[in-house]
Design a protein around this ligand. Structure first.
Ligand code: SF4
Length: 413
């Protein structure tokens, strides 16, 4: 965007870019709704939809957008082609027809992809996202990501290290390791989880860079081996672990095509807790998945209450066309809604307890704004006065909760 001299203009844009998502069915509904409201607000302004939904729901996206691009690379091509300073020159069209979903998962996609194909995330933040991998071959029965993003491709270590060293030079204090399935780094196929070189890569980053904080995005359990548990002993690794559990009951895990069991979940949570006792353990849970009987749901609630989790992100199941799970016998929507509400209650209680326990502790906070930041375990902190942006400070006697100061309390730095 910067290369093309485009400047944001929220009041009267010439172009609107919508990055679409299909992680859940409701994510696509929201994309559609957003496009419709942008259309109402900005009339004929040219609307580009790109990302996962544009690839998979190509026809549906045609109904809501003027241009459809598979990814940001195609968006770049499109913007370069358009004479963007002359609105008359923009003609309505659809860019390339997105290829059929199956062809996106071709074998050729497995080669290591060159650096230029990974986005340079915008600078000016205090936390730098480092994408190490893209795509997945696991074909969980509810997921379209394998089709939308293609098979797993890992970036070269050299490029990753170079990018981190550049981030370090610029002054970033924290990096977040991201990707579709980061723990599958360097796996030829993500189903071959023993060939993961994730821990190896992170050890190398620890050795060759001085970046103070390394945070992980979502982690899939099957890749977390003894090297990983050795790795997280290092205090530069943020004690905030987001586990992609999806469920805790063995029958449902099997139906989801997830290659781990309830015993593995307990074991991994326990190990992380032992090594980093104050860590924030977060998990995604899909509720109302087909075959989730009342009894299974009850067991799920008991298990979630018992597991040492601090955050639970609850996703009511909604079938997505083209997945195996969409052919399973569905559970009534009202039942799913009710179950989701029960889990939300457990999630709120767990998060409140976490905030409570952490409010008396001393934390190392990286400030993202003058006065707001997060600790290593992602505890949100607000302090009064000063400008600490991009500083890591020890904060004690916290008076904060979810970024808001509580009344009649003082922060001490
Ligand atoms: S591991 Fe499963 S849910 Fe995650 S991206 Fe791969 S197929 Fe989708």
């Amino acid at each position: 965007m910067q290369n093309l001299n485009l400047k944001p203009d929220e009041k009267s844009p010439d172009l609107i870019l919508v990055n679409s998502c299909i992680v859940t069915e409701s994510a696509f509904r929201k994309t559609r709704k957003k496009c419709q409201s942008l259309r109402r607000k900005f009339g004929d302004t040219h609307l580009i939809v790109f990302g996962c939904a544009a690839k998979i729901y190509h026809e549906k996206c045609k109904e809501i957008a003027d241009y459809i691009c598979r990814d940001y690379l195609e968006v770049g091509d499109l913007l370069s082609e358009l004479e963007i300073d002359s609105r008359q020159s923009l003609s309505k069209r659809t860019l390339t027809a997105a290829p059929a979903a199956e062809s996106l998962a071709g074998d050729s996609a497995r080669e290591l992809i060159p650096n230029s194909q990974f986005p340079n995330f915008p600078e000016g933040r205090t936390r730098k996202l480092i994408k190490i991998q893209s795509g997945c071959d696991n074909f969980c029965s509810f997921c379209l990501v394998c089709l939308a993003r293609g098979r797993s491709q890992s970036r070269s270590r050299k490029e990753i290290l170079d990018e981190i060293l550049r981030a370090e030079d610029i002054g970033f204090k924290e990096i977040v390791i991201t990707g579709t399935n980061i723990a599958a780094f360097a796996c030829q196929k993500t189903t071959d989880f023993k060939s993961s070189k994730f821990s190896d890569l992170i050890f190398e980053i620890l050795e060759k860079t001085k970046i103070p904080r390394i945070r992980f995005s979502s982690l899939y359990l099957q890749y977390l081996d003894k090297d990983f548990f050795e790795l997280i002993k290092n205090k530069r690794i943020c004690d905030h672990f987001h586990l992609s559990l999806q469920h805790t009951e063995n029958l449902i895990l099997k139906k989801m095509n997830r290659p781990y069991s309830q015993e593995d979940i307990r074991d991994i949570c326990q190990k992380i807790r032992e090594i980093r006792p104050n860590s924030c353990l977060a998990a995604d849970i899909i509720v109302g998945f087909p075959y989730e009987t009342e009894e299974i749901f009850r067991n799920l609630t008991i298990e979630l209450e018992t597991l040492p989790l601090n955050r639970i992100h609850v996703f009511p199941f909604s079938p997505r066309e083209g997945t195996k799970a969409s052919e399973f016998p569905l559970i009534n929507e009202k039942v799913i809604k009710k179950r989701a509400a029960t889990l939300q209650k457990i999630a709120r209680k767990k998060w409140d307890d976490f905030l409570q326990i952490n409010s008396d502790k001393t934390h190392e906070v990286l400030f993202e704004t003058e006065s707001f930041g997060h600790s290593t375990n992602y505890f949100p902190v607000t302090v009064k006065g000063g400008n600490f942006r991009n500083e890591i400070m020890k904060v004690k006697g916290l008076s904060c909760c979810l970024g808001k100061l509580k009344k009649n309390e003082k922060s001490v730095i």
